[in-house]
Each structure stands twice: as structure tokens, then as C-alpha cells.
Design a protein around this ligand. Structure first.
Ligand code: TEU
Ligand code: CA
Length: 553
């Protein structure tokens, strides 16, 4: 691989959830023209690429993760011409565009599924996973990740189809070579248009075992995650499509370990460039999975990052993120949203994350320190996962309404999906119409316009941090990673070293003053290069302080 094809190692990727980013025509839904209008903001932040969540035609059962036409743009977002205008405007500013590739499943309104369902002997029948029922019920006991059985009965043929997600998201049958070729052709079509890569939705789920056995407790994960042929199919994809372009790929891989990540994204594996792993986002899971109010315990998080940083070193590449469109807001989950600490902890979290080795991902609004939302009632929520989980757990009496709302406030995906907060005008400057989902009332004081004018805002700090990352690209990309004070339960510390220079990154994850222990610099000067407080402070870390020292060779 030539050096130029490794641009993704230094990339800073800004993730856009298009419905919630910027509405340009007053219909309450963010759109492509809205994104075009905000490209300067993204560029100015210091991002080098955009990951665009799905903008394809879709009945929106799961906000675009249920695609009915891979080669068409949803009219809510605009037209293919608008997309092409976005692509060339972004490229003109030096911003790359990474598309979301959702090929574990389609919408049940996709032409392939409509034909599969209606023509039992036609070429599309085998595009999906159809099975006869057992003992008057579904083929096995698997549960959908969105709740309820993972099988949907089809009256006409008296068969069931598999859906890991909603019944409107039937799983494709990747064992069928025509499915793979159709997907590869579609990918080629986008790449020929000039897009710069793919974020691959649940790509580790595409291969299912032919025998679809019952699972203890109905959990399909052990059978569908990293299924039997997943690596074979990804190598074929790499060989037929990916290897022909100078692009980047990141595979979303729930429940993945370091060893498995090396198989998907090993430098010599000829599959993907990197994966998203979720160990650091799932430490708070409880008996009801994500529906829990557990707090993050720093030693868990440290251990996970240390494992990934050292485990992938020299073998594969990390992706660095706190949040995305499925996660609660980073500062609400990992930081502290109390008034005096929100900005400090948001800046600290960014410092801690983006000076590690890996590609940086910023989820829209994170750079403002946007927080979770608490809507007063379920009918204000839009997310299918939240609504289905509420009914599964509350209607059956497993948890009370109050308890469930409490969990929803912590972890619902809608926390990340409230409109981007641009300014203090009506609807946060997101839309002149009625937004499809409620705006967080804190937009009056958390918004881009205000933060742009404020030299010590979260936004300004992000810009400085990303500039630092860029100016020290060799160190951040290649520097050796070492845990620092690994046993400390309040400070997340590590060093990066290259050519005799060392960067010390020290982050206080608590609201207490933390004395610093000695740092042996062998007589060299300790220069503070980044800090989220404006005054130098004592030889200690103040609440949520992030301090970065450089010891030059
Ligand atoms: O998410 C996959 C996934 O693992 C989610 O089910 C995740 O566990 C959940 O959202 C956490 O709350 C991807 C997309 O990112 C998500 O938006 C889609 O709904 C899902 O795939 C189906 O396409
Ligand atoms: Ca719109």
C-alpha cells in the first residue's frame, strides 16, 4: 500500500445524522442542501471527512437504516443532483465523503424483497432467509435486537423470514452469490461517483450458519456475530471492489474482541481498514442490556482502551469515538453535565480520546458539548428501538413506566438525534418549520454561534485540539502508546513517544482535586501544550482537568 492510500490514519471524521443536522427548506427535516450550507463550519472545526448516515430512499422505519433503493436519494433529503452538488462542494474544500453502507438487511419495501416475497421461483427468492416454521411457531427461538421474535411469518407461502432488526428490515442472504454481486455492483456505482469510502453497518452480522439452531435465552448473537463465512465474503468484497479505489472502510462490529478485530482489519488481511468496537460503550449494560442506569466506572474504560491501543499496535488500526447516532451524548455518559463541569468535562473527554492512536470520529454536536434530552412522554420519542423496548419491557410488566423513562433518559438513541444546535434563534437555527423531533431546550446557551464567538468554548477547544493533532501528526499517528499510572481510578493517563520526544496526556475523570505524582523527565523540561483550564494551576489536576505535557528530545 502506498503512503497516500493511508490518508485515513490521519483523518478526522465528522459524523452527520442528516435528519437532525440542518434543514434548508422548512419542512422540519435536515437535508443535503443544509449540509452544503454548513461545510465551512465542518472544515473550520478541523475535520477532514464526513461520514453521512443513510440518505437513501427508505420508508424510515429505522430512520434510513431500512433502505428501499440503494441508488436513490430520499426526497426528504433532496435529489441525486443535490447529492452530487454536496460531493463536489465537499471535495472542493478538501473534505471527503464516507457513505453508510447498510447491507446486512434491506427494507421490506426494497424491490428485491418485494420480488422475493411474491415470486417464489424467481431470481430474488433466495435473496433473503426464508425458513418453514417449527411446532406451529417460528423456525427457532431467536429474538430480534429490537425486541420480539427475529422471524416474521409470511401468510402467502407459510414461511418465515429472518430479521435481526425490525420486521421491516429483512436480512439479506449473503450465501447467495447473486446477493453479493448485486451489493458489489452497487458499491462500485457509488465509488465511481467519487465517494471516498464506506462505514459498514453491522457488517459482522452478514454471515449466518445454515443450520439456524436455538440459542440459550434466544440470543442470536453467538450465531450471527462473526458468522462462518464473514471473512470470506469481506475478502471477496475487497478483491472485487475495495482494492480498486483509494478509499477508507470502517466496519461496525458489535461485541468484537481485539483478536477478532485483527481478522477484520489486520493490515495484511485484505478486508477492512478499521472497525468500530463497542466495549467502552457497553460497560454500563445491565440485566436488561443497554436499558440500565449504571454509571461509567473509569477503571473499566481505561482497561478497554489500553487493551485496544496496545493490542492493535502494528497489526491493525483503531477508530476513536465516544458517541454516535445510537449512543447517548458523550458528555452525559462519560463526563459531567452539572453546570460548572459540562464544558470542562467535554473538553477533557476530547483530549483523552483524540491523542490516542487511531482515526478520530466526532459525532455532530459533540464539539459543542451537547447533552442528552429528557422528553416528558414516550410520544415525543421517534426511535424505533426505544419505542419497541418500552413496549416490550413495560407492557409485560418487567419494568415500570417510571423506571423505563429513567433508562430512556440515560441511553435512548434519541439523545443523539435531537437537532443540531446552531444558534439561539427559534428551533436552534435547525429549521424554520416544525422539527421532526424536539429540540433540546438548552440550545439557548449551548449553540455553535455562541461558541464560535467564545475563545474558551468547547468548540474553540476542539479546534485547538485538532490543530494540535494535525501539527503533531507523526506523533499521534505513529507514537508508541504507554499507559501512565494505569492503576489510578480517577486519572486516565498515557504517554505517546516518538523519536525520543514524549507526550503525557493526563485526564482527571472526577470532580475532585487529584494530586499529581512525580513525572521523571530525565532532566528535560515539561512543557504544557494543551490544557482545558485557562490558568496554569497547581501541581495537581483540578476537577475534569486535562493537561498535556510535551517533553522534547
Ligand atoms: O446499529 C447496530 C447495532 O448494533 C444497534 O442495534 C445497537 O446495538 C443499538 O443501536 C444500540 O442502541 C446499526 C445502526 O448504527 C443503527 O442505527 C441501526 O438501527 C442498526 O444498525 C440497524 O441497521
Ligand atoms: Ca428539509
Amino acid at each position: 500500500m502506498s503512503e497516500s492510500s493511508l490518508w485515513w490514519k490521519d483523518a478526522v471524521i465528522y459524523q452527520i445524522y442528516p435528519r437532525s443536522f440542518q434543514d434548508s427548506n422548512g419542512d422540519g427535516i435536515g437535508d443535503l442542501n443544509g449540509i452544503i450550507n454548513r461545510l465551512d463550519y465542518i472544515k473550520d472545526l478541523g475535520a477532514t471527512a464526513i461520514w453521512l448516515c443513510p440518505v437513501y430512499e427508505s420508508p424510515n422505519d429505522d430512520n434510513g437504516y431500512d433502505i428501499s433503493n440503494y441508488q436513490g436519494i430520499h426526497p426528504d433529503f433532496g435529489t441525486m443532483d443535490d447529492f452530487e452538488a454536496l460531493l463536489s462542494a465537499a471535495h472542493a474544500k478538501g473534505l471527503k465523503i464516507i457513505m453508510d453502507l447498510v447491507v446486512n438487511h434491506t427494507s421490506d419495501e426494497h424491490r428485491w424483497f418485494l420480488e422475493s416475497r411474491s415470486d417464489h421461483s424467481g431470481p430474488y427468492r433466495d435473496y433473503y432467509i426464508w425458513r418453514p416454521g417449527k411446532n406451529g411457531g417460528p423456525p427457532n427461538n431467536w429474538n430480534s435486537w429490537f425486541g420480539g421474535p427475529a422471524w416474521q411469518y409470511d401468510k402467502e407461502t407459510n414461511l418465515y423470514y429472518l430479521h435481526i432488526f425490525s420486521p421491516k428490515q429483512p436480512d439479506l442472504n449473503w450465501d447467495n452469490s447473486s446477493v453479493r454481486n448485486s451489493v458489489f455492483e452497487m458499491m462500485t456505482w457509488w465509488l465511481d461517483k467519487g465517494v471516498d469510502g464506506f462505514r459498514m453497518d453491522v457488517i459482522s452480522l452478514i454471515s449466518k450458519p445454515t443450520e439456524l439452531p436455538d440459542s440459550p435465552g434466544g440470543d442470536l448473537s453467538p450465531f450471527c456475530i462473526n458468522g462462518p463465512n464473514v471473512h470470506k465474503y469481506l475478502r471477496e468484497m475487497n478483491d472485487k471492489v475495495l482494492s480498486h479505489y483509494d478509499i477508507m472502510t470502517v466496519g461496525e462490529c458489535p461485541d468484537i474482541t481485539v483478536e477478532e478485530a485483527k481478522q477484520y482489519a489486520g493490515f495484511d488481511q485484505k478486508e477492512l481498514n478499521m472497525v468500530f468496537q463497542f466495549q467502552h460503550t457497553t460497560t454500563t449494560d445491565g440485566p436488561l442490556g443497554k436499558w440500565s442506569d449504571r454509571r461509567v466506572w473509569l477503571p473499566d474504560i481505561k482497561q478497554i482502551f489500553f487493551r485496544w491501543q496496545t493490542g492493535l499496535r502494528g497489526a491493525a488500526w483503531n477508530s476513536l469515538f465516544w458517541g454516535n447516532h445510537d449512543q447517548p451524548r458523550a458528555v452525559s455518559k462519560f463526563g459531567d453535565t452539572r453546570e460548572e463541569f459540562r464544558e470542562l468535562s467535554a473538553k477533557m473527554l476530547a483530549t483523552c480520546l483524540y491523542l490516542m492512536q487511531g482515526t478520530a470520529y466526532i459525532y455532530q454536536g459533540e464539539e459543542l458539548g451537547m447533552t442528552n434530552i429528557e422528553f416528558p412522554s414516550l410520544d415525543k420519542y421517534r426511535d424505533i428501538e426505544t419505542i419497541r423496548a418500552y413496549h416490550n419491557l413495560v407492557d409485560s410488566g418487567v419494568v415500570s413506566h417510571e423506571e423505563m423513562m429513567h433508562y430512556i433518559y440515560r441511553v435512548s438513541r434519541d439523545n443523539a438525534r435531537t437537532p443540531m444546535q446552531w444558534d439561539a434563534s427559534r428551533n436552534a437555527g435547525f429549521s424554520t418549520g416544525m422539527p421532526w423531533i424536539g429540540v433540546n431546550p438548552n440550545y439557548l446557551y449551548i449553540n455553535a454561534e455562541k461558541e464560535q464567538a467564545d475563545g474558551v468554548s468547547v468548540l474553540s477547544y476542539y479546534k485547538a485540539l485538532l490543530r494540535f493533532r494535525k501539527d503533531n501528526a507523526d506523533m499521534i499517528r505513529d507514537g508508541e502508546f504507554m499507559p501512565f499510572w494505569p492503576e489510578h481510578d480517577k486519572i486516565f493517563g498515557y504517554t505517546r513517544s516518538l523519536n525520543g520526544s514524549t507526550l503525557y496526556v493526563l485526564c482527571n475523570f472526577s470532580d475532585e482535586l487529584m494530586p499529581l505524582l512525580g513525572i521523571d523527565t530525565h532532566g528535560h523540561e515539561l512543557e504544557t501544550v494543551l490544557c482545558n483550564y485557562t490558568d496554569p494551576g497547581p501541581w495537581a489536576l483540578r476537577p475534569y482537568e486535562a493537561r498535556v505535557y510535551l517533553v522534547q528530545n
